[in-house]
Design a protein around this ligand. Structure first.
Ligand SMILES: [Zn+2]
Length: 1016
């Protein structure tokens, strides 16, 4: 429970009277807000409202009284009045651990149309004292009252007798005194505690208003389009400093007019900040703390990094980056950062990683300050976090979204351009490659749970929070990237700059953006001969911002007529969405991959057939064709098999002719097809995979990893499995040796780090000797000698991977030694968890048996039976380790009586049932009935899955079908391959025989196509 420790008074500091109120508010309001001691701060907000205590003011006027007759109404503010200027005053005694504060917000309001009410947001605030003055006549309006609508969080000020009290064209000054609570969670104004060097607790407050929490801090028009100027004053201990969006205008001693002369509390000061430009409420921010800062000034902008005193020097790197990034954004968009300063503050508690408040970015401490021995991955992520927030200073702060429908205008642009700008400043990090794995991979993976259009109307607070999701961030970033390239990068940026300058200090929606891009495109001579360039940019972009799914583009060539049929459909077969799709092409005769603007926009129709000449492509009959150069378009591409054969041949001849991102795209596009059994033949896939033995670029390896893992797991235990492992070992051995057996000469990028992990997983999955030895040695060192993994492993999931792979094949002696360590290790430590978790990867049946005993068995001294964690490990074990499945089943058969005592076992058994193949059906039914009987015998309410439930075997259906369709084909291909490579020398570039064979196959395919005149 949070409690206050003192009672206190507030006055409006005289700065307000003198400078801000222009003498309009002639009377200094003095009021007493005595708080009871030890008061519970968790008071129901609605109840608190009724506590509003009227205070007689010195001018004899009485503030308006509350009217308790709230009615439900729409959740959006009526558009009849709007704020011009806020004078916000907050007085905090946080240094004395007081979690309540007093405030005064005085708002100059304009009236758009005559109305009987002024409606604004307020939530969990109390003790309102409200007064309104007509700024024209200077009269105080004394026939008003107020209501509170808890559902909409509206404070509604209206006349006692209904009439149009507020006239169109008039301006009013609304003054509200109120009280609020500092929150423990990161909403509104919140508090956090630190220990100082002398071990004293120091309390600090900060704010988090996005998207709808400004109303928790003070009454306001809490919608982004109600921009106004803010003059903020904060009263706080003189041991603290206050920072806010703007520079400090002045700090004065605090004077309480109630105190007798000479009795003023000299330990308090009032900090007043310069007035902000027009700003949305969600971007207002302040922090009251004892923090210290380092600073740098460049181009007239002062940037400071604030941290708690013990880590005052740990922000150097962030400061340097911030200075470079702000000027890079200024240059890139040609628009100056408009404020005189930008602060960055590291907080112990922050909502998410960081928040872009204008001029005062708040961060979670470990995202801003340097830490010892943190890997490159985290360093780059932190830099991208900071640059994302800096990007918001333009996208969101300077131009704000008209409503949260357009949250993607903030988040999509900040996400994408933080990568672009980071890449420009630090080309060595290859940040745009990282975009593919960090952003695009997630955008491509979204599913039924997350699907919605980018432009999406929301209203309730919970809905507003929910649009800060994968669609507003990742999908929007990918769509913006696509248009950045499709419309010529410079042209698109010109349109964006225009948009930013046209709507600066105001709000915008997507149409405003599209119009500016349209204007820029219309002026681009490279597009001027194209019909769409003069009027369709909006339609093109709407088709992406109003659709839910991702298009799949199929390319089918007619080799005789030299035509290309392009089809589009949604990734979700049940929807009929169509898009304007920017396409560009490269071919064997024209292998140009650099120019990424659109060669052609496919209109939103299912199919179009065009002559290669019409598309401006040089394309001969036996040329390969590749669509979507450098994967800049946000869609999947499927090719007909004949074209894939031609691509495979090129990859074998000289793979470097095809851009590495497109080599990667081939696998990325094919992966889902393979996993959903939508391919016709696997031969061409294995031919494509085969080129990987020459591939030393990690980006394609990164993309192919999922396909190799999928094939390896599906083929486990089949006739093809050994041959498959042998095949993949051949592909990966040269790369493995280069990556892990030779000293590193270059600096690793993030993509390298992620790919290294995937390479390690693939190589050990297929039992590459070198990989097993390598991980085994590292795991031994780590487990038995507590040696930390070296820095080139510093990718967050790498340690876990090494431990898992390194224990795959242990000697009995090693395994027992680990059990011994575990028996002595302290439970509930990360070390214990890591070890228990990684042991699930062991392959030996007898070790697995021991592992299960350790996890579950009643006779084991270390049994962690009934522990929900151990039951979770059971599920992981079943899912991830195919070798463990028979051992586990045997174990269940022997111990089901004991296991049934745990409800968690039944829950996990139900999930394991999803992995039962139809060949295991009778075995499953047998155990199922034993478990059901046992549960009945002991009279337990059972939530056991029904034995005929459609969920049984659900998770393995696709792979069952895959094996039925393709296992024979795969076996034949692998056998042929095994025989042919047996003679050929390994590791050399494709032997003449191999190339010849591939060419013959591709040629045969083409001839077959032509003979049958098939249009695939
Ligand atoms: Zn953001």
């Amino acid at each position: 429970m949070l409690q206050t420790k003192s009672s206190w008074n507030i006055v409006i500091p005289h700065i307000n009277q003198a400078n801000c109120f222009n003498g309009l508010l002639v009377v200094l309001l003095l009021f007493d807000l005595n708080f009871s001691k030890e008061r519970d701060t968790h008071v129901d907000p609605v109840k608190r409202l009724s506590l509003g205590k009227l205070v007689t003011k010195t001018d004899g006027t009485v503030p308006i009284a509350p009217h308790n007759n709230p009615t439900s109404r729409p959740l959006r503010l009526p558009n009849t009045t709007y704020p011009l200027h806020y004078y916000l005053y907050i007085s905090s005694h946080i240094h004395h651990e007081v979690f309540e504060y007093s405030g005064n917000v005085t708002i100059d309001i304009a009236t758009r149309e005559s109305t009987n009410e002024i409606v604004l947001h307020a939530k969990n605030l109390s003790d309102f004292v409200i007064k309104i003055r007509d700024l024209g006549t200077q009269d105080i309006m004394d026939d008003l009252t107020y209501s509170y609508d808890a559902y909409a969080s509206f404070l509604i000020i209206h006349p006692v007798q209904n009439y149009q009290a507020f006239e169109a064209g008039h301006e009013y000054q609304l003054e509200i005194l109120f009280k609020g609570l500092l929150h423990e969670d990161t909403f509104g104004i919140y508090w956090m505690a630190y220990s100082d060097e002398k071990n004293n607790t120091v309390y600090v407050t900060a704010t988090q208003f996005e998207p709808t929490s400004a109303r928790l801090a003070f009454p306001c028009y809490d919608e982004p389009s109600y921009k106004a100027n803010f003059t903020i004053s904060l009263t706080h201990s003189n041991c603290y400093t206050a920072i806010s969006n703007m520079m400090v205008r002045q700090i004065e001693p605090y004077i309480d007019a109630n105190d007798a002369p000479g009795q003023n509390d000299v330990s308090m000061v009032t900090t007043t900040f310069q007035t902000t430009p027009a700003i949305s409420t969600y971007l207002v921010a302040f922090v009251i703390s004892n923090f210290e800062y380092i600073s740098e000034e460049y181009r007239g902008i002062k940037q400071r990094v604030y941290t708690s005193p013990p880590i005052a020097d740990k922000g150097r790197k962030a400061l340097k980056n911030a200075v470079r990034t702000v000027s890079m954004f200024e240059d890139y968009f040609g628009i100056k950062y408009p404020l005189a300063k930008l602060d960055h503050i590291a907080l112990k508690k922050n909502y998410g990683l960081a928040m872009e408040n204008w001029g005062l970015i708040t961060y979670k401490e470990d995202s801003l300050v340097e830490q010892e021995s943190v890997g490159l991955h985290k360093q780059l992520k932190d830099m991208l976090t900071q640059n994302h927030e800096i990007a918001h200073q333009w996208f969101g702060n300077l131009v704000s979204p008209q409503w949260w429908t357009y949250a993607w205008l903030n988040e999509g642009f900040a996400t994408y351009f933080s990568y672009v700008v980071t890449d420009l400043i630090y080309p060595e990090y290859k940040t745009m490659d990282f975009f593919l794995t960090d952003i695009a991979e997630r955008a491509y993976s979204y599913n039924y749970m997350t699907v919605r259009p980018m432009t999406y109307y929301v209203e309730k607070e919970s809905e507003i929070v929910s649009v800060f999701d994968i669609i507003s961030y990742q999908r929007a970033a990918c769509v913006i990237k696509m248009f950045h390239h499709a419309f010529n990068q410079k042209t698109f940026v010109r349109g964006i700059s225009k948009y930013l300058s046209k709507y600066q200090y105001a709000v915008a929606n997507e149409t405003d953006l599209f119009n500016e891009v349209q204007a820029a495109v219309a002026q681009d001579l490279t597009f001027s001969h194209l019909e769409w360039s003069h009027h369709s940019v909006g339609n093109i972009m709407y088709s992406w911002t109003h659709s839910e799914w991702i298009p799949i583009v199929s390319i089918v060539r007619d080799y005789e007529k030299n035509t290309i049929t392009i089809r589009q459909r949604s990734k979700d077969q049940n929807t009929s969405e169509h898009w304007w799709i920017p396409l560009n092409f490269a071919s064997a005769s024209q292998p140009e991959f650099e120019r990424t603007r659109a060669d052609y926009f496919m209109p939103p129709i299912p199919e179009v057939t065009l002559n290669a000449n019409e598309l401006g492509i040089e394309l001969r009959n036996n040329d390969w064709l590749i669509v979507n150069k450098q994967q800049t378009g946000f869609y999947h591409v499927h090719y007909n098999d004949a074209n894939l054969w031609l691509i495979a041949k090129q990859l074998h001849d000289d793979h470097t002719v095809i851009h590495p991102l497109n080599r990667a795209a081939i696998f990325q596009d094919m992966g889902p097809l393979i996993e959903n059994n939508e391919i016709q033949s696997v031969d061409v896939i294995f031919e494509l995979l085969q080129y990987l033995q020459y591939e030393d670029n990690l980006i394609p390896w990164n993309q192919v990893a999922d396909t190799i893992e999928f094939l390896g797991k599906n083929l486990f235990g089949t006739s093809s499995h050994k041959l498959f492992n042998h095949f993949v070992r051949q592909l990966i051995r040269p790369l493995f040796r280069r990556l892990f057996e030779t000293p590193l000469h270059e600096n690793l990028t993030n993509t390298d780090l992620m790919a290294r992990q995937k390479v390690l997983e693939m190589a050990c999955l297929v039992d590459l000797r070198e990989c097993l030895d390598y991980t085994h040695n590292l795991a031994r060192e780590s487990i038995f000698r507590n040696v930390k993994f070296s820095n080139d492993m510093s990718y967050y999931a790498m340690d876990e991977t090494i431990l898992c792979l390194g224990v795959k094949y242990l000697s009995d002696e090693e395994f027992n030694e680990i059990l011994n360590i575990l028996s002595k290790a302290e439970r509930e430590t990360p070390w214990y968890d890591d070890l228990i978790y990684s042991l699930r990867c062991t392959q030996s049946p007898s070790h697995l048996q021991q592992y299960l005993n350790l996890l579950l068995c009643e006779n084991s001294t270390k049994s962690i039976m009934n522990d929900s964690d151990s039951m979770m490990y059971l599920l992981y074990l079943f899912k991830s380790n195919r070798a463990a499945r028979p051992v586990m089943w045997n174990f269940f058969e022997n111990h089901y009586r004991v296991l049934c005592q745990s409800q968690m076992f039944i829950e996990n058994f139900n999930r394991i049932a999803e992995y039962m193949t139809k060949y295991q059906r009778s075995m499953f039914l047998d155990l199922h009935s034993k478990i059901a009987n046992e549960l009945e015998k002991v009279g337990r309410q059972s939530s056991l899955i029904a034995n005929d439930s459609p969920h049984v075997g659900k998770k393995v259906k696709l792979s069952e079908t895959f094996l039925e369709k393709f296992n024979d084909q795969i076996y034949e291909w692998l056998k042929r391959h095994h025989q042919s490579t047996f003679a050929a020398s390994l590791g050399a570039r494709s032997s003449a025989a191999q190339i010849g064979r591939l060419f013959r196959v591709a040629g045969k395919f083409l001839r077959k196509m032509q003979e049958r005149k098939l249009r695939l």
